[in-house]
Design a protein around this ligand. Sequence first.
Ligand SMILES: Cc1cc2nc3c(=O)[nH]c(=O)nc-3n(C[C@H](O)[C@H](O)[C@H](O)COP(=O)(O)OP(=O)(O)OC[C@H]3O[C@@H](n4cnc5c(N)ncnc54)[C@H](O)[C@@H]3O)c2cc1C
Length: 542
Amino acid sequence: MTTPGSTPDFETLGRHGDVVIVGGGLAGLFCALKLAPRPVTVITAAPLGEGASTAWAQGGIAAAVGEGDTAESHAADTIAVGAGIVDEAVALGLAREAAPRIHDLLGYGVPFDRDLEGRLAVAREAAHSARRIVHVRGDMAGQAIITALTRAVRETPSIRVLEGWSAEALLTEDEAVTGLQLRKVGAPSAPVLIAASAVVLATGGIGHLYAVTTNPAEASGQGLAIAARAGALIADPEFVQFHPTAIMVGRDPAPLATEALRGEGATLINGAGERFMPALHPLAELAPRDIVARGVFAEVAAGRGAFLDATQALGARFAHEFPTVYQSCISAGIDPATQPIPIAPAAHYHMGGIAVDEHGRSSLAGLWAAGEVSSTGAHGANRLASNSLLEAVVYAARVAEDIDARELRASNGRFDPAQRPRNGAHDAAQEQSLRTLMSGKVGVIRERSGLSDAVRALAKLERCAASPVLANMAIAALLVASAALARTESRGAHYRSDYPAEDPAQAKRTITTLAEARERAATLPGGAVILPFPTQPQTALA
Ligand SMILES: Cc1cc2nc3c(=O)[nH]c(=O)nc-3n(C[C@H](O)[C@H](O)[C@H](O)COP(=O)(O)OP(=O)(O)OC[C@H]3O[C@@H](n4cnc5c(N)ncnc54)[C@H](O)[C@@H]3O)c2cc1C
């Protein structure tokens, strides 16, 4: 074993109460605030307020706070959308804790919209049986949440924030987490180590693994990969939700036209001006996301194009009621009050993640996870709109409570020296190849041969990538592709054109490991890997 105590940067960054939270989105910041006055260190790849999906959330948070609505009804909608594999107790627990967490957020200064009588205003979203989305100035919920929490964090002396640092590996000894390996984002630099008795991963999702996504570049699956490399159990990685209405104006990430627009009556049409959803589902535009995404995908694939038309439903009200979407369109020369908006499906939300229990504990001692990087069982095969911010805030609070109730043993800062870093330069062309591969072969519609190609190519990239970020991206992508190959049915957001029906025998969650994904890749029959990935193995990652 190696003691890294002599590393100067380790001395600089280490020891601040020994609770280290990775991520500055809703899950990370809320967890840090709930732990106060206990000292914690928050590490974020981007400056606070940036590089987090939370800041971009437009709809809001699902909470059964409207008149006549109940937590039971909210849970029932969550279970129905999750396609047979939602953990029902988890869904109910989530719905029941929504109201107290909304009140916490109000306490931190989030200005949720109110009706004329001063009650929280609630909006309708797809597949919710009641109006239950708490929002801020129409579509500004995410920005308002991140602004309020950032201010609260900056005013809390027990929270130390290290901005511009990326976590690239967990340090472990005897299957317990002892710290993290970090690196400064930007200019090439050596990795540094930070000791921790408790690590909370709140690193968000995996959208950036795909060529078309609504997620920030920081959502590249780093947290998922580093937990998997350390041996943590991973749940449901094959379930990736594609948002049906990303605005196609040549931007990466693609701006989002919120679901609430369809809630307000906007319709989906093809290039000929025909509505295509009524033929596909009784709820038409308000059908579950996966069905809408496939409907949009089919129109685009057939060359007819797909558009969101709010000209009748909103018209001149558009600018005032959906200012963010309005600006995205106007800056690309489209006036959504008078013109249909060009759209396509984009990788949007990961239902899978680090498997956690009801306290947010992972399978590794000393490691918790909250928010999109985790998988609690609440979403099953498909997420109900606006349940993700809810899950992030509920589990962040539970993680804080669980950590706070423990006597944490001070980390000895020791780790298994087999965990050596890679130091090669990042190859942007390989990153783009990975993203194109994921969109093409592990995307909205999947099938065996494409998935097999993807698994083989990603396993190779994982072994050979020179940069730690790219290696982690390959690992996260491999977990998704491998589980998608193993699930020989269609369920929720996972659609296999070679197995288009649900198989009742497979109505259970996937619990897997990186070792299993590597094994699946190794046992696939050979075949040419046609991607421009490197061929010489670099230093092995644990
Ligand atoms: C455009 C858009 C709209 C959405 N709208 C809604 C909505 O209306 N309602 C809803 O419920 N959900 C919505 N979602 C989903 C929701 O926003 C996310 O699931 C949720 O915000 C995730 O919160 P989080 O704290 O887990 O992650 P994030 O908010 O993504 O934060 C992750 C943090 O981790 C940091 N990070 C990542 N990797 C590393 C690393 N290796 N080292 C250090 N830091 C790292 C990032 O920089 C960031 O600070 C939307 C998502 C998008 C993209």
